[in-house]
Design a protein around this ligand. Structure first.
Ligand code: ZN
Length: 337
């Protein structure tokens, strides 16, 4: 296979892959104990079927049909405040990596988080517009919260909201965000219900809540990025526990596994001169008390990367997006011999 990467704009890459590309079969995995499990990179995945622009991928989500959605910044420059003219939401078949299409042109300025709810609706946040959007699986706008380009910390305004977690009844939690330091809960129709958190490093405080997820009981886990920790709360915002990552490595994203007894996370570390050292994949028990091993196959040479979001499918395959190298990667578990 030949992949030619060619820069067409600042931090945007075009992938061109021949149409003759066939999908790689991925054998079904037996249930695994995560300890003593290693992962290998799935080669030739994803597969673009035509010329596509993928720039600064920032959000990832899986729907019930095993489609993987990627929210990205195309060849827009988020800092210029202009609406991105290209499509920003790309869809892939998670198993084969086949590209299935894209949409989302002319709406977003600075794409950030993406979440798929239990009805396969697609929720995204934009940290320049200061808004959260809900779309149907077909891409029809269903709900918008926050006022475009208006910063605030009240019931109708965000300050760079980063991510959304959606409950079974359609109510949803927003991590808000780069500017504010709170988690906000809304009714299914987008009415403010309550919030918790303020800037700081004590229990229940945040310094850049960057990603969040919930289990079936609506317990919320939050990647408290600049505090380099994960915090866990109940559905009402009561603090339940935390896990401090080692201080230099910020926690970028958190995700419950298909098996909700596992929490996956990614971090990112820079050196004393703020140069990237790289990202790691982390796995914990649901109560954040026990670290599991996560190893890559020895053949995989880990590049300097900056993972920004993570997804896990029902076969414990792990998907990450790398903001530094404009990549989507899939890792599949292999048994440790
Ligand atoms: Zn971010």
């Amino acid at each position: 296979m030949i992949i030619r990467n060619r820069y067409i704009a600042k931090s945007a890459v075009t992938f061109i892959v021949g149409l003759s590309q066939l999908s790689m079969a991925i054998s079904a995995q037996a249930p695994l104990q995560l300890d003593k499990t290693r992962y290998r990179l799935v080669q030739n995945w994803p597969q673009f079927q035509s010329e596509q622009v993928l720039g600064q991928p920032s959000g990832l989500g899986l729907d019930s049909q095993n489609n993987l959605y990627v929210f990205h910044r195309a060849n827009g420059n988020p800092e210029d405040g202009k609406t991105i003219a290209q499509n920003t939401i790309a869809k892939f078949h998670a198993e084969t990596g086949l590209y299935l299409g894209s949409w989302g042109a002319g709406i977003f300025v600075w794409p950030h988080g993406l979440t798929i709810d239990h009805e396969d609706n697609i929720w995204v946040s934009d940290i320049a517009l200061h808004q959260v959007f809900k779309f149907s699986p077909e891409g029809k706008l269903l709900l918008k919260v926050g006022e475009a380009m208006e910063v605030g910390d009240d019931e109708n305004h965000f300050n760079k909201p980063t991510d959304v977690a959606v409950a079974k009844d359609g109510s949803f939690y927003v991590s808000d965000g780069y500017g504010n330091s709170r988690i906000v809960k809304f009714s299914p129709s987008g009415k403010f219900l309550f919030q918790w958190g303020e800037k700081g490093s004590a229990e229940g405080q945040f310094n850049l809540p960057h990603s969040l997820d919930m289990d079936k009981e609506e317990n919320i886990i939050v990647a408290d990025r600049e505090n380099a920790r994960i915090q866990k709360f109940d559905r009402n915002g009561k603090f339940l526990g935390q896990l401090q990552n080692h201080l230099e490595a910020k926690v970028y994203a958190v995700q419950y596994g298909e098996d909700p007894s596992l929490i996956y996370a990614i971090d990112y570390k820079v050196d004393a001169k703020s140069q990237p050292v790289g990202s790691k994949l982390l796995v914990f028990d649901a109560n954040l008390s026990r670290d599991h091993n996560f190893e890559f196959d020895s053949h995989y040479i880990i590049p300097i990367c900056r993972y920004h979001d993570i997804e896990i499918d029902e076969n414990q395959n792990v998907y990450v997006i790398d903001l530094l190298n404009n990549l989507i990667q899939k890792f599949t578990p292999i048994k440790f011999q």
